[in-house]
Design a protein. Structure first.
Length: 185
């Protein structure tokens, strides 16, 4: 049992480590607004600067619309990949066999599980005509308090979706840890 609790604690540390890697990558590939088209450089978003990751990318030519599109594609891919990786970490430690919906963080674990299944086992594109995907997107919008009227993709904003998912998952894992510690007493 002590070994299992140590594993859960290690998992929490690993989640933070993986998030740190994502932040460092995303400082170089943060979302670009179309307003940067024509300039020769772009500074990463305030989110990353607030974390001490103040990156300025200097281009050898003016930034084009295609540069923005390709950069934002990379940025989104990083977010999608992180969702898959986060779930894999949690699943690898057998934190749950069935989500206990009475535990804090259970909604985030369930959203993560559903998102991961779509992102890992399909092209990852949102199809509004698919009722399961539509329900998931609406659940994310509602649960995270997003103001999206007609979504065209899975919302994966790092500050509004990914960070809250991480925090919820960590709460769930911590509650599992406390539950396991209680079983050993």
């Amino acid at each position: 049992m002590a070994e299992e609790m140590g594993t859960i604690k290690s998992l929490l540390v690993e989640i933070d480590r993986q998030k740190n890697i994502l932040d460092r990558l995303k400082a170089f590939f943060s979302y670009m607004e179309e307003g940067v088209i024509g300039s020769s450089g772009v500074r990463c978003g305030e989110y990353y600067r607030s974390k001490g990751l103040d990156v300025f990318l200097q281009f050898s030519r003016p930034i084009t619309k295609e540069d923005v599109i390709k950069n934002n594609e990379i940025s989104r891919w990083l977010n999608e990949s992180f969702i898959i990786r986060l779930f894999a970490l949690i699943e690898s430690q057998k934190i749950y066999s069935k989500i206990d919906m009475n535990m804090e963080g259970s909604d985030e674990i369930d959203i993560l599980r559903r998102l991961r299944r779509i992102l890992a086992h399909s092209l990852g594109k949102y199809h509004s005509n698919n009722s399961d995907q539509r329900k998931l997107v609406n659940r994310i919008i509602t649960h995270m308090g997003l103001k999206i009227k007609e979504p065209v993709e899975f919302p994966l904003d790092i500050d509004k979706v990914i960070d809250p998912l991480i925090e919820g998952c960590k709460k769930y894992i911590k509650e599992k840890l406390l539950q396991k510690e209680g079983e050993t007493k």
